[in-house]
Design a binder for this molecule. Sequence first.
Ligand SMILES: [Zn+2]
Length: 344
Amino acid sequence: MEEQLVLFYGKGLLDLLESNPSVTDYSWLALSTRTPRWAIHPLRQLLLIGFLYGSFRAFHERSNDEGSPFGNGPWPCLNKAADHYKDFIITQCIITRCSDSGRPVGTFMCSCGFSYSRRGPDQSEDDKFYRGRIKSFGSVWVDRLQRCIQEGMSYRSSAGILGVDTNTVIKYANGAVMHREIISIQKKTKKVRASLRSSATKNKTNNRVDWEKRDLEISWMAEEACKSILSDINSKPIRISIAMIGKRIGKLSWLEKHQQRLPITLRILSNYVESVSQFQMRRVRWAAERMAGEWPLKRWKLEKMAGLRPDYSQAVSDEIDRCIGQSIISFNFTSSEVITSWQH
Ligand SMILES: [Zn+2]
């Protein structure tokens, strides 16, 4: 592509505009075709558009036609709890790329606060009604959930009405009153233990209920612990693992021995547990934060402060470039508003 672009415009013109992509390995052309993390000069964007589409007008017209992987909006709201379920009222769709498969991912956001995503491209009109992951539930959904609970409906029937699985209902139904519940559970624990000891044969039902409550209680504590670790920018980062969180909340033995009885906790933890690479990226961001104000931000210094070994992955390398790039932008433009608008 680089060669073709140089042939298209000619080396002379590109050199004159200081936009010859073949001069460096890490050129503006390479950056333009990746996730938009860097600000690309508008002139260079126009060069790329001219090369790909012939003219800006052709590009503009094309972006309105059927070229989108999810077709044209509006798209249906797939919030089963809303009166407008399946009505075509969503006009906002953000398209990103799946990091595993490279396929486009559309995130659809409704004005009721509900948003969902799915991997594309859509193969037929029916795909418009396919919901992948729910990103947010929104107030309409939460209100409906509360009504279901108040009416004394079971988790299972509430799940049917709300269009989610039972675990999700349990998690959100209890989440709102969790703090109150934990206190009452703690008060009851002694009583329950005493009654369990006194009964010669263990009642199976009691046992199940006990674990369900425990799971909810631990899931809540685990999520709080993960959030507090991620938001603590003053201390040296610690890698989030199940064992580390277990130790921190004092429930390590349960998490080690009774994982199958703690499905909600494990599902929540899986959102936070970090791979080596993810942890390295967080360390890079932390180090960059510590070195804010230093300019130019040196790559080797960032690597050293983040404690990276030389064999880190491409994703980590990209994160370092992003942080260095950001330090350059914030050095040139001190207003955060300018930075935000340039990042889009
Ligand atoms: Zn909606």
